[in-house]
Structures are given as C-alpha cells and as structure tokens.
Design a protein around this ligand. Structure first.
Ligand SMILES: C[S@@+](CC[C@H](N)C(=O)[O-])C[C@H]1O[C@@H](n2cnc3c(N)ncnc32)[C@H](O)[C@@H]1O
Length: 265
C-alpha cells in the first residue's frame, strides 16, 4: 500500500524537504562514494523529493552515466540537470525498470510504505546483477532528546509519532528493522550503519522538525493528543536557540545483487 502521510502541497513542505536534504545529503553521498559508484554508472533515486541526491548522482556518473529520479509527486523535480530523467511513479503500483541499475537508492520512504519488505523487493528488482541497493531510513529512538531536558518536547515527538502512525502508517521505529528486511532479500555483502547529529536548535534538522509540527499541529489538537496551550509551549521552547537537540537516527543498509536472485515478485 502507498500510505505516505506528508502533504507535498503544504506551504512549508519544499523547505522541510530541503532542510532534511541539507542535513543528510553529505552522509548519503559518502556512502555512495564508498560503494564505488562513478563515471558511466546507471542510478535510480526513488522518492526523490527535491532531487538533491539525483543531482549529486548526476555529477558523480557524468554524461556517460544515467540517473532516473522517480517520485509519486514530481512537483519539486522541475529544475534538474539534463543527465537526470524524471518519472512520476508510485513505486507500490508502477513497475520500475527491471534489473537495470548499478545503484538503487532511497531515503526516508520505506518506513511510510506497507508492507515494508514488499516495497524493498520492488526496489531490489531494479538492481542489476553486481549492482547495489542502498536504503536509508530513520528511527526516532533519540528524537525526543533535548538539552536541557524538556517534557513538552517528549510530548510533541510522541504526539507526532502517534498521529503519523495512525493516519498513514508511518513507522518511526523502522530504521532498526531495516537490516533484517534487507537480509531477507537474499542479496550479498549486506552491511548497516547509523548516523545522527546533535546541534543547536537553529540547525536545518531542527527547522525540519518545526515544519513537521506546523503540518500536523492542528491534527494533534483535534485528536486531543495535546492542547493548544501545550503546542504553544512547544513553540516557545523550539524558538530558544540555546537548546541542544539530538534528533533522529538515520540507518543505512547496503546490499549487493551478485546473481539473478529470485525476489518473489
Ligand atoms: C520524506 S520525502 C524524502 C525525500 C528524499 N528521499 C530525501 O530523503 O530527502 C519522501 C518522498 O517520497 C515520495 N513518495 C511517497 N510515497 C511514494 C511512492 N509510493 N512512490 C514514489 N514516491 C513516493 C514523496 O512524494 C516524497 O517526495
């Protein structure tokens, strides 16, 4: 099922996606570089968002390579270089090109799609033998950590997690289970790592939280997960730049397709 709960039409959504890209892209491109992706390779970026990774991949593969950026909503993918092909596709419904890509990458998507393993299978089928699947997903395990400690932030993170889970099935603890699902695909050279940052609450990661709250705060109040007063209290806290926020943890799992493995599709 396609159960993405964020609204691309929300006024702050492009900025939120750009803030997340700013925070996570350097780490993603280090992982891509370590896989040996380079000149002439063919890459697929799934759930491309604003296209920042597709653009960076186009730089890496050069004019002899090819980058296909897919998203079910391509409104933010209009200004990409010639080396990037954009297609409007729902990966749970529309079939991706079969066994074509040296790298299939996705970030911040599978935790929204159900069943997660089915979504992974569909992406894995697009990897050419010898190519890599690289999947990155968050886990909110540290998301409520803030210094000095603030119960109102813990309440906000829990409310967001509950609402996003109930409305769209967003699984805020999927990052830690991603490795198990990738192992079950039958690929080889599977490994996982995780990363995160701590920063002042003036960082891009914090801006992404603020924009997430903006998008869901009415829903949180309507669902009686928090009162208007509590939401206002969170905003006061969030505007104090002296807070040190930990944020989410990004799990990255890579796996290589050596042979024509059956993916049970
Ligand atoms: C949270 S954003 C992440 C964007 C980008 N991958 C990043 O990490 O910065 C998830 C993206 O996946 C797209 N998406 C959601 N469900 C999808 C589906 N079923 N098929 C294709 N794209 C989807 C959304 O439109 C959105 O652009």
């Amino acid at each position: 099922m396609s159960t993405y709960v964020l609204d691309q039409g929300h006024p702050g959504e492009r900025t939120r996606l750009e803030a997340m890209a700013g925070a996570w892209d350097p780490g993603t491109m280090r992982l891509v570089g370590a896989l040996g992706i380079g000149t002439g390779h063919r890459c697929l970026e799934v759930g491309a968002g604003t296209g920042s990774i597709a653009r960076a991949l186009a730089d890496v593969v050069g004019p002899e390579g090819h980058v296909l950026a897919v998203d079910r909503d391509i409104r933010f993918l209009g200004e990409l270089p010639d080396g990037v092909e954009v297609r409007c596709m729902d990966v749970m419904v529309d079939d991706l090109p079969h066994a074509q890509f040296d790298l299939v990458h996705t970030r911040l998507l599978i935790a929204h799609l159900h069943p997660h393993r089915r979504a992974l299978q569909r992406l894995a089928a697009a990897v050419t033998p010898g190519g890599w699947l690289l999947v990155e997903e968050v886990d909110w395990t540290c998301a409520d950590l803030i210094v000095p400690e603030a119960p109102i932030h813990i309440a906000m993170v829990r409310a967001l997690q509950q609402l996003m889970g109930e409305r769209g099935g967003f699984d805020a603890t999927y990052g830690r289970r991603l490795l198990g699902d990738v192992l079950s695909l039958g690929f080889t050279d599977v490994s996982a790592q995780y990363r995160g940052t701590q920063s002042r609450s003036s960082s891009e990661s914090w801006l992404a939280w603020q924009l997430l709250v903006e998008q869901f705060q009415q829903g949180i109040i309507q669902a009686e997960l928090m009162t208007q007063q509590e939401v206002d209290e969170w905003w006061s806290l969030s505007r104090d730049e002296n807070n040190l926020v930990v944020g989410v943890t990004m799990f990255a799992v890579q796996a290589r397709r050596l042979l024509e493995v059956s993916l049970g599709l």
